[in-house]
Design a protein. Structure first.
Lengths: 296, 358
């Protein structure tokens, strides 16, 4: 029974990583940049949802879309102001700018909402219960965990369909293959990149809300470590690949939970990153990444 | 991230390396003079050794990022290795080597050794990866070091070093002392670091890095950066030269870490986290990739800047201002309109000069 409950915890943690990693991977695949501010967009989303629920008494069904809208706008604004002027710049310059944006968001949050932790309310309850008891109450599955896993699967399938079948999605794939050629085919590259940021940021908001309702704890620095771990998850699964991000995120969550349960609570991060290093050494492009041979 | 681009090295004269020594020596003398005249505030004095450490860190990271052209996000990990090994050696040798400058020198050397060992361990398998994958593995390495140091307990007694993952597991004799206490970090360290030692470390770093860059190996490393395939085709071994640059960089970071650790009576493992690695990367990028002088200046200015901002009444906005400066500097220095404007201005100047000569 404990084993099953560890699996459920791992799956729900992994699904959160997967949702964040999907945002990372989309942005990386198209803009070819490591958006280190992604983790802080998660934090903003969580704060927006927190204030909507606690200060304005909005129901969760309204608060979550509100957080998504705010984050989408934030994502587009960040992209316009900070990243767009650097389209031709060396990638390290873009990386440093992303780090600057990340510091900016964290410190603005600290000034606006104070550095003291907020206790996030549980959004997903059915009839006042936080979790569903199975096998006569031996196995407790929280509704948040169910919602997280469900949301993750829906998002993954939705994104796969979106990139495969819609005009915008096809434009995104074209941009990630070859920007110049896409432009020659009449694709508005700048708009496509902005849309990618918008989608990534909306996903970040969802991840933020789910994460904070699972761990009921919110700080201005809440997003940074999950952000880094989700980035690792994206690399783990093969960066740029949507199923890869999903697989990487879920595996990372499971590994972390099982390490905490059976090896050591303190060493869980070390084990997660060690597994990542080993995987990259065996499969340098990640689990589902495509190995592109170099043309000379 | 596969292609880091570099501004042309045009105009860098052969005199340049000597100018760097001159700048560092002049700065050292100026600070010493200011200290004699009592013009340096206490908070600034406490920054002198950290500034030296960060300068060394920035120069060493510049060797990896600027000269070798590989992005490393785990430089703080090497600093951590150096800091803790340096601290342990300095405490362990307390009775054996009473002379504190000598003990400091030994600690720095051991720190460098551990940094180098970390560099070899992570470098050999990882330098086969490219671009972002290398970056993510170095990031993972830094996090692993931080995590492991937060769990380890290390102590010393007359039987030698003891190591455990629990405080009770140390099994020290009565005269023994626990040096590293897991999540509490290293405690009870005698502060050995001095500004002069930091200055000497910077000079040593300059000596090593500048001579490496201008040597045969250095040219091979830069050739690998500029075009790996072309360099390989003329017989340059990528693994060998990448490893040389990476390990030297890690060793210097280890020495800087040891100096940093010995500057405080207690050191937490979480001090050397991802943010520290990023901070040093910011020094390198703002100072200019491949420019050693730029690294020195950027590390100094950006370490002092938050402290200077403290003097104004902007305490809460300190890091916010820092973030904005970071973004704005990146946007301005990478603005193509601005650069073309400067280029046009220079061309006009050159034409005027040419016209005058005719």
């Amino acid at each position: 029974m404990t084993f099953l409950s560890h699996i459920i915890t791992g799956l729900s943690l992994g699904s959160i990583y997967a949702i964040i990693a999907l945002g990372y991977t989309m942005v990386y695949g198209i803009a070819k940049m490591l958006n280190f501010a992604h983790g802080d967009v998660i934090m903003v989303g969580a704060y927006v949802c927190f204030f909507a629920v606690t200060s304005y008494q909005l129901p969760a069904i309204l608060a979550v879309p509100l957080a998504m809208v705010v984050c989408t706008i934030l994502g587009i604004v960040i992209e316009r102001l900070a990243y767009k002027p650097l389209r031709q710049a060396p990638s390290l310059a873009v990386l440093i700018t992303a780090i600057g944006v990340s510091y900016f968001l964290q410190n603005s949050a600290q000034i606006l909402w104070s550095a003291s932790p907020k206790s996030f309310p549980s959004l997903f309850t059915v009839g006042g219960n936080k979790s569903l008891g199975l096998f006569g109450g031996q196995l407790q599955i929280s509704y948040t965990a169910m919602a997280t896993v469900l949301a993750c699967i829906v998002i993954m399938l939705g994104l796969t369909w979106f990139t495969g079948n819609t005009k915008m999605g096809k434009a995104m794939r074209a941009c990630s293959e070859d920007k110049a050629a896409a432009q020659l085919m009449g694709i508005n590259v700048n708009f496509t990149i902005s849309m990618t940021f918008a989608i990534g940021s909306a996903l970040a908001a969802v991840a933020g809300v789910l994460m904070c309702s699972a761990y009921s704890y919110l700080l201005p620095t809440t997003g940074s470590l999950p952000g880094i771990k989700a980035f690792t998850a994206a690399v783990f699964g093969g960066i740029g690949s949507i199923p890869g991000a999903f697989l990487g995120g879920v595996l990372l969550g499971l590994i972390e939970t099982f390490t905490k349960a059976y090896i050591s609570t303190d060493l869980s991060d070390a084990v997660v990153f060690a597994v990542l290093i080993v995987v990259l050494l065996v499969k340098p492009a990640g689990l589902l990444g495509r190995y592109v041979p170099e043309k000379v | 991230m596969n292609k880091l681009s570099f501004r042309s090295m045009k105009g860098r004269k052969a005199l340049s390396p000597f100018l760097n020594y001159a700048i560092v020596i002049a700065a050292f003398l100026a600070v010493q003079l200011a200290l004699k005249m009592d013009m340096v505030s206490n908070s600034m004095q406490s920054l002198l050794v950290p500034v030296c450490c960060y300068v060394v860190m920035a120069i060493s990271l510049n060797l990896t990022v600027g000269v070798l052209g590989e992005l490393s996000l785990g430089h703080g990990g090497f600093m951590s290795l150096g800091a803790f090994s340096g601290i342990i050696v300095s405490v362990a040798l307390k009775n054996l080597v009473p002379l504190s400058p000598l003990r400091l020198a030994i600690s720095l050397a051991v720190g460098a050794l551990f940094g180098a060992a970390g560099g070899v361990i992570i470098g050999v398998p990882v330098l086969r990866l490219r671009g972002d994958y290398l970056a993510i593995v170095t990031l993972a390495f830094g996090e692993i070091i931080k995590n492991v140091m937060q769990v380890l307990y290390i102590g010393v007694d007359e039987h030698g070093l003891h190591m455990s993952t629990k405080e009770a597991g140390l099994l020290l004799s009565e005269t023994g002392t626990a040096i590293v206490k897991g999540p509490m970090g290293a405690v009870g360290v005698t502060k050995l670091a001095t500004f002069t030692a930091g200055f000497l470390l910077i000079l040593l770093t300059l000596l090593i890095v500048q001579n490496l860059v201008h040597s045969r190996a250095g040219r091979a490393i830069q050739a690998l950066r500029d075009n790996r395939i072309a360099a390989e085709s003329v017989g340059i071994s990528p693994t060998k030269y990448k490893l040389i640059a990476f390990v030297i960089s890690a060793a210097l970071a280890g020495a800087a870490g040891a100096l940093y650790g010995l500057n405080y009576s207690s050191t937490l493992a979480s001090k050397f986290d991802f943010n520290t690695s990023i901070l040093i990367l910011v020094f390198v990028v703002l100072g200019g990739l491949g420019s050693i002088r730029g690294s020195i200046v950027a590390a100094t200015v950006l370490t002092i800047l938050p402290e200077l901002l403290r003097n104004f009444d902007v305490k809460e906005y300190r890091m916010l201002i820092y973030a904005v400066i970071l973004i704005v500097v990146m946007l301005v220095t990478n603005n193509p309109t601005l650069w073309s404007w400067i280029a046009r201005f220079q061309r006009r100047k050159a034409e005027e000069k040419g016209g005058a000569e005719q």
